[in-house]
Design a protein around this ligand. Structure first.
Ligand code: BGC
Length: 721
């Protein structure tokens, strides 16, 4: 619902803006570093590529270099927004120029990738999704917003709600995994946490839902690659998560780099205008991905930057992230009649609207150095980061080794066990060296004695803790992998420890599901720790020593072999020849069809028994119930999952689909009746002619502790005509 007062002020400003000033509002500038040191940016990239410089060295050089924020352009009204300006003092200085030295005094909006924390880092999104806890997702977003806004940032390029069914894609780390419902709920909670219900608060951060749409379906899991899919699949599996996050009130949306059925999302009118604004009523701001408008030339869809600008703006793009195409060409395009003044005014209005909503016109200076310092790494934030890490790590195997006994003598193996800086994971741009604590840091702080595993001989100890997996640069953007196998070095280390005869607990760090077969073979216990953030070490020890009972469950299937991708995901479509013993069925000759660890899977130190499932039709859908009992001797939280399956539909449907879930806290011996209400629209799908239909007939309800082990109840579902 637009605010009439704001609309009046927008109209007034539009009436006073020149064409150049309007084009300037559409431009988001990055801080140029070229010229800030002796080498050009391209030269640095080449040196990293040919091995003359490590990625770390390059990162340090770039992140500590002085930035040129193009002050003269800002003064001339040629910049509407910055990307990545971090620090309240620097931001205030730039805001002063915008507000006091430009002709119309329009304030800047400053955007940054605050993806899973700012200084205090929560687990990567894929990890945090394994908590299946919207309230936690919202609280960590609030924490991130408090820190980021104190550092002069007003908009985050988060949440990413790209359903990711292929773990070869490195950006699965930034998603809530392979399910549409989970991504939608994750996005909704993040939007609420960042923005609050009052955008004018100094600690409210505008959310930007990305990457619209279906970026996670890049063919072959290769980043930036094409996405080609049926409209039915798009509507059923990919679109709903964006819709939910947008409808939660996100004030910005970022189109994806990829093309969708041949049309790059940056110039995709169907997405940016018809669906986003037409169908969903979005009246916020769209902002391209970095340089994505200019990249339409590489896509082979625009002949030059001028045409790229024309296509993007006419499709519904408001702001150009760093390519400069809008800044350079919008004026001439309007003068030539290729972009209407009305269209340009719509784009400018969307940007001004967000600036007004945030209160930037009336109150442009939001923080100072003192507030900034006080906001970071507070005890409350560290406690929350620790809670989030405890709730995100998935116990995948435990042959009775865990929890470790207090006093157990530990042998610590693997480089990642001692490297705190690797714990932040991908997209943690504001984190400082030493912020995050490793397992070794945790052991030191708790004064638990341990021996490091280096060369032969192995230390004499009771148990080995062995850290394996990926470093942070191995997942995230531009970090796709063709193989998900553990490295030879990791496998050799596990094997060597196993051969000692002592028990081994593997702690796996990674930004994606990996093929953990060798770990399952050589380790007695496996804790999937992901990249757990600032409090990695302490949280891992809390779980290993049983001070906290593991409760997380996977939101993405773990492959037995890389070649299972991309058909690995739990809600895959049924075939006419489901995998079986008979040769002519849908399977591989050299790998299983089933994942090694299924979606929804995760162990704890107690056990749960499921019984007495019931399901019945209600007025608006299906009501289902099940009894869950804690059969062990310690309290636990069980994530109870409710799936459904439509056994005879008009189009082939998934083998099962998540409909709802609940996290149940259960004392030893306690039983609870868990109830789910599935709205009938959740049962619907698109028929061959793209009509949304809900079938009459049998619906199977499956409830359990993971997607593979469930109890079943059937409902004959008949809608009143
Ligand atoms: C990424 C976006 C990100 C942007 C700004 C791009 O390369 O795809 O997710 O928000 O950079 O840093």
């Amino acid at each position: 619902m637009k605010n009439p007062e704001i609309e009046k002020r927008i109209k007034d400003l539009l009436g006073r803006m020149t064409l150049e000033e309007k084009a300037g509002q559409l431009h988001q500038a990055g801080g140029s570093i070229v010229g800030a040191f002796d080498l050009s940016f391209e030269e640095i990239l080449t040196m990293v590529a040919d091995g003359r410089m490590t990625e770390e060295e390059a990162h340090k050089m770039i992140s500590t270099a002085k930035r040129d924020w193009h002050e003269d352009d800002l003064r001339a009204g040629r910049i509407g927004s910055y990307l990545g300006l971090v620090g309240s003092e620097e931001m205030n200085r730039m805001q002063h120029i915008a507000v006091e030295e430009t002709r119309l005094g329009i304030p800047l909006i400053n955007g940054f990738d605050v993806i899973h924390g700012f200084r205090t880092i929560a687990p990567i999104p894929l990890a945090e999704s394994c908590a299946w806890e919207p309230d936690l997702w919202q609280r960590t977003a609030r924490m991130a917003a408090e820190e980021a806004t104190a550092a002069g940032i007003q908009m985050t390029f988060s949440p990413m709600v790209d359903v990711s069914k292929d773990p070869r894609w490195g950006r699965i780390a930034e998603s809530a995994g392979e399910d549409a419902l989970l991504n939608g709920l994750y996005g909704e909670a993040k939007v609420r946490g960042y923005q609050t219900d009052d955008l004018t608060r100094h600690d409210a951060l505008a959310a930007c839902v990305k990457h619209f749409a279906a970026y996670g379906a890049a063919e072959g899991g290769r980043d930036y690659n094409r996405v080609d899919m049926s409209p039915q699949r798009f509507e059923e599996e990919y679109l709903p998560s964006y819709e939910r996050a947008v409808k939660a009130g996100a004030r910005a949306v970022m189109p994806a780099f990829n093309d969708l059925n041949g049309v790059p999302c940056s110039v995709n009118k169907k997405l940016l205008t018809d669906i986003l604004r037409g169908r969903w009523g979005f009246d916020g701001m769209t902002i391209s991905d970095a340089n994505a408008i200019a990249e339409c030339i590489n896509h082979g869809i625009a002949a030059d930057r001028r045409e790229a600008a024309c296509l993007a703006l006419n499709a519904g793009m408001d702001m150009d992230m760093t390519s400069g195409c809008f800044l350079d060409h919008v004026k001439e395009l309007v003068e030539a009649g290729e972009i209407s003044m009305e269209k340009l005014d719509e784009a400018v209005s969307d940007i001004l609207r967000l600036k007004f909503e945030l209160g930037l016109f009336d109150d442009p200076y939001r923080s100072d150095a003192e507030q900034e310092k006080a906001a970071m790494l507070t005890p409350a934030h560290l406690a929350l980061a620790r809670e989030a890490a405890q709730k995100s790590m998935v116990l995948l195997k435990n042959d009775g080794l865990l929890p470790l006994k207090e006093g157990a003598r530990i042998g610590l193996a693997g480089a990642l066990a001692s490297d705190g800086d690797e714990m932040s994971g991908t997209w943690a741009g504001a984190v400082q060296p030493g912020d995050c604590r490793s397992i070794r840091d945790g052991l030191d702080e708790e004064k638990i004695s341990y021996a490091m595993v280096t060369e032969e001989p192995l230390p004499d100890c009771d148990v080995f803790l062995c850290a394996i997996g990926e470093r942070k640069a191995e997942s995230g953007e531009a970090a796709s992998r063709a193989s998900l196998e553990l490295t030879d070095a990791d496998i050799a280390l596990l094997k060597r420890l196993k051969e000692s005869g002592k028990p081994v607990a593997a702690v796996v760090f990674a930004g994606r599901p990996l093929c953990l077969g060798p770990a399952a073979e050589y380790a007695d216990a496996i804790l999937m720790a992901w990249h757990p953030g600032t409090e990695a070490g302490p949280a891992i020890l809390d779980l290993l020593f049983g001070r906290v009972n593991p409760s997380a469950k996977l939101t993405a299937s773990f492959p037995a072999a890389t070649g299972q991708c991309p058909t690995l995901y739990y809600d895959h479509i049924r075939t006419g020849r489901p995998a079986g013993k008979f040769k002519y069925t849908s399977k591989y000759l050299d790998a299983p069809v089933e994942p090694l660890f299924p979606f929804g899977f995760g162990l704890s130190y107690t056990g749960y028994r499921y019984s007495d499932i019931t399901a019945a039709q209600t007025e608006g859908g299906i009501h289902a119930e099940i009894t869950v009992q804690n059969t062990g001797d310690r309290p636990g939280s069980e994530i109870v999952q409710c799936y459904f399956r439509d056994p005879a539909a008009r189009r082939v449907r998934p083998v099962r689909k998540l409909a709802a879930f609940e996290k149940a806290d259960l004392q030893p011996g306690e039983s609870k009746r868990i109830a789910f209400d599935i709205p009938e629209t959740a049962l619907g799908y698109y028929d061959q002619d793209m009509n949304f239909v809900i079938d009459d007939g049998l619906i199977e309800i499956h409830i359990g502790g993971n997607a593979r082990d469930t109890l079943q109840a059937d409902v004959r579902f008949i809608r009143e005509k």
